[in-house]
Design a protein around this ligand. Structure first.
Ligand code: FAD
Length: 307
């Protein structure tokens, strides 16, 4: 009989998880439960977003500090330039450092009022590149920045947006995390263009397992993420059937990741929406070992994963 073709061992996938600050005690419990469950997959880091207009400054800080305590996993705090002076933004960065956070996702952010243009605070950072430079002067943070495979809506051109990404990396960021997207080609083309522009820092795809179709369509419209017709067909009507929706949307996210892996992508940043189920299923399908329930504090989980 023919011997099977040689098996190429798959590269190990690495993940990070993004959470947003909870708005109630109940939501906080859910978040901590989610974070602990997902910590069992040994993420590289988990991150906590920062609300529009700095509106969640306190909650972001508290939730990020709680993640440090609850998961033992490295935590990245997001930080934006919106509605605050440089000194105020720097103070938040110092507060992150003081609670053990060594990694910042540095962002410009958007105007607090939906639909209006971002206007820098008169004494504030004007864009993410300036924020990165400011952070370098505060402490030796690891810094990640945002990248846009489908081009940021305000950018003059795709090339201008890539130039901006390069400025953020030149200012001291070491990784870009992308806006979510729905076709592998979208990411792979962007990765090629970035490489062509001499960008060598890792560009980590942001993966959104769809939790709710109507919400995903809204998010996609806001940030200009294209949803191809065949995806819309697969999703059509699923909000009326949540268990089926969960199965289908997890399969869609897993398929996207599998194709990216075949093209050498090893790192995935998962937008969890503070829910464990789809993200955990995705990790399983990526082949990540989960520490057993008995060992599921993150510190142990990391040791098990790394052993
Ligand atoms: P910048 O990199 O500053 O770019 C903003 C726009 O200005 C781009 O169009 C860019 O091309 C252009 N630009 C910048 N500098 C120049 C220049 N010198 N000359 C010409 N054009 C320029 N938002 C939140 O509020 N909180 C969060 O926690 C958060 N987390 C995010 C995480 C990720 C991974 C991503 C992808 C986005 C996140 N956002 C968050 C959204 C983000 O704040 C918005 O997309 C915002 O509109 C742009 O932020 P930025 O850091 O990419 O901005």
């Amino acid at each position: 009989t023919d011997s099977p073709s040689p098996i190429v061992p798959p590269a190990t996938a690495r993940v990070s998880f993004e959470f947003f600050p909870p708005r109630s005690d109940e939501a906080e419990k859910t978040l901590m439960g989610t974070a602990q469950k997902l910590a069992a997959f040994g993420p590289e880091f988990v991150s906590m977003t920062y609300g529009a207009g700095g509106s969640t400054r306190e909650r972001s800080l508290q939730a990020a500090a709680a993640l440090v305590r609850a998961t033992g996993t490295p935590v990245a705090g997001h930080l934006t330039c919106v509605g605050a002076s440089r000194e105020e933004v720097n103070a938040v960065a110092r507060a992150y450092w003081d609670c053990g956070i060594r990694h910042i996702v540095a962002l410009r952010g958007d105007a607090a009022e939906p639909g209006s243009a971002f206007t820098p605070h008169p004494a504030g950072y004007r864009n993410a590149a300036e924020l990165v430079a400011g952070l370098r002067a505060i402490a030796p943070f690891e810094i990640s920045v945002a990248a846009y495979p489908e081009t940021h809506p305000e950018a003059a051109s795709p090339q201008a947006d890539l130039d901006n990404l390069r400025r953020k990396l030149d200012a001291g960021a070491t990784r870009a995390i992308t806006q979510f997207f729905f076709t592998p080609e979208t990411f792979l083309r962007f990765r090629d263009k970035a490489a062509g522009a001499g960008i060598t820092a890792p560009i980590v795809p942001g993966i959104l397992p769809i939790a709710n179709v109507a919400q995903a369509r809204r998010f996609a419209a806001q940030c200009g993420a294209h949803m191809p017709p065949e995806l819309l067909r697969q999703l059509d009507g699923l909000d009326a059937d949540p268990p089926l929706r969960a199965e289908v949307t997890t399969a869609i996210a897993a398929q996207l990741c599998a194709t990216l892996r075949r093209h050498g992508v090893e790192d995935f940043h998962i937008y969890t929406l503070n829910r464990a189920l789809s993200s955990a299923a995705l990790c399983r399908l990526l082949g990540l070992p989960a520490a057993s329930a008995a060992q599921s504090t993150a510190g142990r989980a990391r040791q098990v994963v790394q052993a």
